[in-house]
Ligand binder design. Structure first.
Ligand SMILES: Nc1ncnc2c1ncn2[C@@H]1O[C@H](COP(=O)(O)OP(=O)(O)OP(=O)(O)O)[C@@H](O)[C@H]1O
Length: 653
């Protein structure tokens, strides 16, 4: 029988044999008996890396923001592995183990399975956000399988670090059709419980993921599926080879194994080097003879080529059904664009930048543009919303904490956002909501450029550029004693005041621009002149957030080929359009006042509109704040703020 899945060649040795081999290895014997070859190779690498086998190895989890970014980067892998994670989940729950998905570096992305074992695994930092690379944590199934590029089991004392002896783990790397490792699946359980099928289950799951990677992935190319046994065609055990003009360009492991090839065959072998006769017609099932002399059942398919849309031709809209509405590219008026250029220059010179503006005016987008245009673009952008975090958590979120610093702290400690921003940009959103005691600690970090985690530990030097944002008038807060003057002068060395949308020039052009952009290249539905005028005139208390949200709704409502009139507008816009002056006239004076942070420029009309919009949303959501905030497209904390400022409003109990 031809080998279809590369096997894990770790022999089974008794715990006693492993303990003895371990003892001899650490007494200086380089090749003791009683230990599998891949494990011995790994121990030898660990010694060469200078890793200690006793004591604790550093297992520092990433902060929430960085983990989110790494998960986003691996989103397609996570999506493709979901069915396997779910299938293995049931087995893991029964056998008291955990299913683990990592990225190609060994960083744990997701874990599912037995809650009881998850607790014990957390003690040795087998947690999302921790890297289990061999060079950091020593011999372990995840890291060592990645180094060896093969499925591998590591049980109990085979782990390099003594502390990991409680684990028994089976892992298999996931390879893409070009032979590159794109991730890894692992099943880990308690070492005391023998889980005989762990390796088989993981390998099966990985071969299914790898098989699915070929679905629709090679438009216009010839995909040959084959196996010695016809009943395996269409399953994850079939061999798959992809040819471009008869040249082998991609493959799966069973395909290469059946023909005795390695990954170096890609690009170097042609169809005629591998099979006798011609390639055959797409869709035809037939027998082929490999040049190694095996008779195989084969099926050729040609995946439909994707027709590239000529750049000048707009994409045709689908005949029916809602179109996905694209997110608009950030766009700034000339003055804001200039301010952005200046802000980047100052940031490069080490000057902190403060961005002020009403909710939804684009403070977050502006700061991300600064990051993207600065020399720190490839480095972290660590954002923390000081208003959204419960007061008790901001401190640990920013400064991190040591192992077991307080009840509920992750056992392996937490790095904290200040250190996560190292080398990049720290974005402190809603800085005006930072509690006074924390302001003092932040000031010390800015002065000394080092962070001391909660629960003690050595101060760690940090290098980040600081960008802060707030909708509040910080100067006023300073005067009122709610914000430290020394911190204010440190963070507000250059202030950008983002204008409210209603103060931007040429809003009709803005409506047209966003309307076109939201169509994402497809022909935009027609927007009547009256509609454009109403949209351009409205005061937009939620600024860009509300503006973009409204345009998205209108896009989704539009019939292809139809025209949208003002009747399609939400009630508050329709009503406000009716109250507005006639076309061509400018909005009333209070609304035209130059922007001042903290809503100081808001006229009574605008506040009334804001209040009415909020009340309508709350009524529609039966008073549910979170739901109403989502409906309005604002953060829950922003809604709370508005409610607190509304005369006569009572907090929901
Ligand atoms: N200049 C812009 N160009 C395009 N879209 C924008 C722009 N500014 C804001 N937006 C849109 O508005 C939404 C809100 O923007 P952002 O989160 O940057 O506002 P903010 O001022 O930080 O709001 P808040 O104070 O409530 O946190 C974004 O998701 C984006 O869709």
């Amino acid at each position: 029988m031809l080998q279809t899945i590369p096997s894990c060649d770790a022999q089974l040795f008794s715990a006693q044999a492993v303990a003895e081999a371990r003892q001899r290895f650490f007494s200086g014997e380089t090749a003791p008996q009683g230990i599998a070859a891949p494990i011995l190779r790994s121990w030898t690498r660990c010694v060469a890396h200078g890793l200690p086998a006793g004591g604790r190895l550093p297992a520092e989890p990433l902060g929430a923001g960085e983990l989110r970014q790494r998960r986003e980067k691996a989103e397609s892998l996570r999506r493709r592995c979901r069915p396997e994670l779910e299938a293995l989940h049931a087995d893991a729950a029964v056998t008291g183990s955990l299913v683990i998905l990592t990225d190609p570096t060994g960083l744990v992305l997701d874990t599912v399975g037995s809650a009881d074992f998850a607790d014990r695994a957390a003690k040795v930092a087998l947690l999302p956000g921790v890297s289990w690379s061999e060079s950091v944590l020593g011999t372990n199934a995840i890291g060592t399988a990645l180094v060896e590029r093969r499925p591998l089991e590591v049980r109990g004392g085979e782990h390099y670090a003594e502390a990991h002896g409680i684990l028994s783990c089976a892992a298999a790397p996931i390879l893409d059709p070009y032979g590159d490792v794109i991730g890894l699946l692992d099943l880990s359980g308690p070492a005391a419980v023998a889980h005989l099928h762990a390796m088989g289950l993981v390998q099966l799951a990985v071969s299914q993921v790898e098989h699915r990677l070929f679905e629709g992935a090679f438009p216009g190319l010839d995909v040959v599926r084959f196996h010695a046994d016809a009943s395996f065609l269409g399953t994850s055990r079939e061999g798959i080879l992809v040819f471009e003009d008869y040249r082998l360009v991609a493959a799966n492991r069973p395909g290469l194994a059946q023909l005795g090839l390695g990954w170096d065959a890609l690009k170097s072998r042609r169809y005629s080097d591998l099979f006798d006769g011609s390639l055959g017609r797409p869709g035809e099932d037939r027998r082929v003879r490999s040049t190694t002399g095996d008779t195989l059942h084969a099926r050729v398919e040609r995946q439909p080529a994707r027709a590239p849309a000529p750049p000048s031709t707009p994409r045709a809209a689908p005949a029916a059904g809602p179109r996905p509405v694209a997110a608009p590219e950030p766009c700034f008026d000339a003055a804001t664009e200039q301010a952005l250029g200046r802000a980047v220059r100052l940031l490069e010179a080490g000057v902190p930048v403060l961005i002020q503006g009403e909710t939804g005016s684009g403070k977050d987008i502006f700061s991300r543009q600064m990051h993207g245009r600065s020399s720190r673009a490839g480095r972290p952008f660590a954002a923390v919303n000081c208003a959204a975090l419960p007061e008790g958590l901001i401190e640990s979120e920013l400064f991190g904490y040591e192992d077991g610093a307080f009840t509920g702290a992750r056992r392996a400690g937490f790095k904290g956002l200040l250190r996560e921003a190292d080398g990049g940009i720290l974005f402190l959103d809603e800085i005006g909501d930072m509690p006074l005691a924390l302001q003092t600690r932040l000031l010390r970090v800015l002065q000394e450029r080092e962070v001391t985690p909660l629960g003690g530990g050595k101060p760690v030097p940090v290098d980040f550029s600081l960008v802060c944002a707030t909708h509040r008038d910080l100067k006023q807060l300073v005067d009122a004693g709610a914000f430290r003057a020394d911190l204010y002068f440190r963070i507000a060395q250059y202030t950008v005041a983002l204008p409210a949308l209603r103060h931007l020039p040429d809003r009709e052009a803005l409506v047209h621009r966003f309307w076109r952009e939201l169509a994402g290249g497809a022909p935009a539905p027609a927007l009547s002149a009256a509609c454009v005028e109403a949209l351009a005139r409205y005061s937009w208390p939620g600024n860009f957030r509300q503006f973009v949200g409204t345009l998205k709704v209108l896009h989704a409502l539009a019939d292809p080929g139809g025209s949208l009139g003002p009747e399609a507008l939400p009630a508050e816009l329709r009503d406000s359009a009716l109250q507005q002056p006639q076309a061509g006239t400018r909005p009333s004076a209070p609304d035209e006042a130059p922007h001042a942070p903290g809503g100081a420029c808001m006229g009574d009309d605008l506040q009334a509109v804001t209040r009415a919009t909020i009340q309508a949303a709350l009524a529609a959501c039966n008073g549910n704040i979170s739901m109403a905030a989502r409906r309005l497209g604002i953060h829950r904390s922003t809604l709370h703020r508005h409610l607190a400022a509304t005369p006569g409003h009572r907090k929901p109990s």
